[in-house]
Design a protein around this ligand. Structure first.
Ligand code: RB5
Length: 157
């Protein structure tokens, strides 16, 4: 893995700075997609930047932070081939790599201490996908994405 895109809204800008230091210290290239202040912004704008870079394979992985992580997760999982995992603990971070081959990690900046967030990021980066039976399940997700491509996004048909 070489390039990690990182993005946040105003609820994650402090944590993002710390995570960028951690990533660079680990020898990774970072694409900083903002925001870079505590001024209020809209999380979809930053979630879309990171998720589209992952979806287009311009970067290897993505990390997103908002207050709860929920909004960023909703946005990121709209993008083809993005498997974004909202993780508040080490167990889910590890499982999201082993079982789901997650390519975007989402964190809640108002939930996690920076120490816990750094532990989660380190574990997530260093855990491999297990393959095997999980391949079949990921293939089914891909099939769903492909079956929905080009369909109108109406809730009532
Ligand atoms: C911003 O106040 C907050 O709504 C956002 O950071 C995030 O938690 C949304 O899911």
């Amino acid at each position: 893995m070489k390039i990690v895109a990182v993005g946040c809204d105003h609820a994650g800008s402090d944590l993002k700075k710390e995570l960028i230091q951690l990533l660079e210290a680990a020898g990774l290239s970072v694409l900083d997609c903002g925001t870079n202040s505590e001024s209020s912004v809209d999380y979809p704008d930053y979630g879309a930047k990171v998720a589209s870079a992952v979806s287009r394979r311009e970067v290897d992985r993505g990390i997103l932070i908002c207050g709860t992580g929920i909004g960023m997760s909703i946005v990121a999982n709209k993008f083809k081939s993005v498997r974004a995992a909202l993780c508040h603990d080490l167990f889910t971070a590890k499982a999201s790599r082993e079982h789901n081959d997650s390519n975007v990690l989402v964190l809640g900046g108002r939930i996690l201490s920076s120490e816990m967030a750094k532990e989660i990021v380190t574990l997530w980066l260093n855990t491999s996908y297990s393959g095997g039976r999980h391949d079949r399940r990921l293939k089914k997700i891909l099939d769903i994405e492909e079956s929905l491509e080009g369909k109108p996004k109406k809730s009532t048909d």
